[in-house]
Write a protein that binds this ligand. Structure first.
Ligand code: SF4
Ligand code: SF4
Length: 163
């Protein structure tokens, strides 16, 4: 069993997550949100309640290591079952932002961002394969692509060296 080092707290972590994602202190660890979550039901590791406990305990290192916020599919089913009016979906998105700010997001998201910048799509359209299969090429209109690039260049992505 993994033990938690309660000396590794970051006082203020819970408050910061709550400021962005809403109330979490009242989570009673009932697990109702997990029981309805399609991602958890499909067998992915999705330890909402454990993660929420870590936030309440302000164990930053553990919170930053968690990948589960990134596999939430935003169905919002969890939002309707919590008996304590916690919004797990909103907490997950606050956690994504918190991890990203500290460069702790999964690296695959940087590849996705680069692909959007270059092609306008989440993954590079494989046009040579499509031609072989007699399928029409996928190509974004240059004007639309320029607009996407302009918006991205206007963000912090350039400063951070991602694009
Ligand atoms: S919004 Fe996310 S955490 Fe909530 S039930 Fe859907 S997939 Fe699960
Ligand atoms: S349903 Fe609400 S109270 Fe229960 S574990 Fe999930 S967030 Fe906590």
């Amino acid at each position: 069993m993994r033990t938690l080092n309660l000396d590794m707290k970051n006082p203020g972590l819970k408050e910061e997550i709550e400021k962005d994602g809403g109330y979490i202190t009242g989570c009673i660890q009932c697990g109702a949100c997990m029981s309805i979550c399609p991602v958890a039901i499909s067998g992915f590791e999705f330890p909402n309640k454990r993660l929420f406990k870590l936030i309440i305990l302000e164990l930053e290192k553990e919170v930053l290591e968690h990948r589960s916020p990134w596999i939430c599919i935003s169905c919002q089913r969890c939002v309707h079952v919590c008996p304590r009016n916690v919004n797990p979906h909103s907490i997950y998105f606050a956690l994504r932002r918190y991890q990203s700010k500290q460069f702790k997001h999964p690296r695959i998201f940087e590849d996705i961002v680069r692909s959007i910048y270059q092609y306008g799509y989440v993954i590079e359209p494989e046009n040579s394969k499509r031609r072989e299969l007699n399928l029409p090429e996928i190509k974004l209109d240059e004007e639309e692509l320029d607009e996407i690039r302009m918006l991205m260049e206007d963000s912090r992505l350039r400063i951070l060296g991602i694009i």
